[in-house]
Design a protein around this ligand. Sequence first.
Ligand SMILES: Cc1ncc(COP(=O)(O)O)c(C=O)c1O
Length: 512
Amino acid sequence: MVPFLALHLDRRMGSTLQHQLYEQLRAAILAGRIVPGSRLPATRILASDLSVSRNTIAGAFDQLLAEGYLEGRVGSGTYVARQLPEDLLRVAADPPMAQGRSNDQLKPSQRGQALAAIPVSLTSGESPLHAFRPGIPALDEFPRELWARLSARLLRHAPTAALTYGDSAGYRPLRRAIAAYLGAARGVRCSADQVIVTAGSQQALDLTARVLLDRGDTAWLEDPGYLGARGAFEAADVRCEAIPVDTEGLSVDLGLTLAPKARLAYVTPSHQYPLGITMSLPRRMQLLAWARRQSAWIVEDDYDSEYRYASRPLPALQGLDSSGRVIYTGTFSKVLFPALRLGYLVVPEPLVDAFVSARALADRHCSGIEQIVLTEFLGEGHFARHVRRMRALYAERQHALVTAVSHELGEWLEISPAEAGLDLIGWLARDSTDRAVSELAAAAGVIAPPLSAYAVRARLRPGLRLGYAALSARQIREGVRKLAGIPPATNPPVSRDSDRRAIFAKARSNRG
Ligand SMILES: Cc1ncc(COP(=O)(O)O)c(C=O)c1O
């Protein structure tokens, strides 16, 4: 059945309504807007929709039937002919425009081409439950029944107003709940007014880049670091300066040498991505002093601080800031599940309006329904319970990975327990190439991104990122067994930027 026909009949036109209808249907059939074989609405319904007599419709249909555009099936309605008249077939036989992946006539703008070239992730095309894809929480442990019950209750009983457009800053009770949670759990100092609910941290980073920086401004990014952040800043035409990370976190001294005029620093102080280092207190103070002196911004990405096994998490950098220079972001992707696409920004009060406007222009707001369900999930204590349960589970899974690796791969992969997070790093021999080992792992059916792919200028000991949180102990052991089958690569050349690009290109082709 043809669901919607954009037909418009005008009594003021020179031609009859019947002829107008004939012309419009014929044009739609020829353009392929009505597919051969599809059923047209009944004359009675079409007459009523178009406010014309049934005879007018029947007359136009008869003409199209006579010319072979339509075919009638007794008792079952009128259909677009599967085989169009011969002269029309000639028109249809014109070569269709090539719609493959590349076509010179269908090119995005220069900005669009630049965006297409920016990598977001090394592993987004892979299955999330594939050992050892990093950064994925235990999806099979999410309390789906409970979430479904909360959603069903909401859809049944919420006032109709819950279905309309909402506040671009986010659902007010959720903003209050996030502010209270961050204050208690992370030492973030903020009011609900400063919280903006975003579609994950990725949107938070995109908004931050566009609202706080101008084209050509420079930002410090951790090296090695998070590709999603680099991508967001590059997309906003920001110059990204890779600043090496040492044992205390991003090196402010090197930042001052490499890019003294930077306007922003992006950091993951609780759990450096991907090395897992916690930024020391002196380094935090040094970074804050720099931002104050330079009138620069610090973006604190606190993406997985809920999962700390050995000690209590250090409070957020934001809580130490007295000059309103820190933009804080967090996400529910790692604590609940990434498909939820809910995260948040905490911004100094004078910036709230600009962020909210940019957000409204991008996509208005996140799903109102999901925001209310999440508010109830938080308010009824399910969130805290889930985090507690997952913390214990991830500690077990990490233990399973460390044990299996030490038993089976001890010869060539060095691994030690991590204090936090959903993944850890397996260190390779200093003279091996992690990219080559990662490729061998991929050939053996294991995802293990090479550490060097996250680095720009940093010279790192070669290593592999291994995610464990999403995998059962059995899946972990199976993955390790597959890794045990690959020959370790030795004596390799040092990984270069061109290697990185090749890996990105591969990741991009995987994405499709
Ligand atoms: C460092 C870092 N920040 C943020 C995120 C979360 O992104 P999102 O909230 O958009 O899912 C991730 C996810 O991989 C991450 O690794």
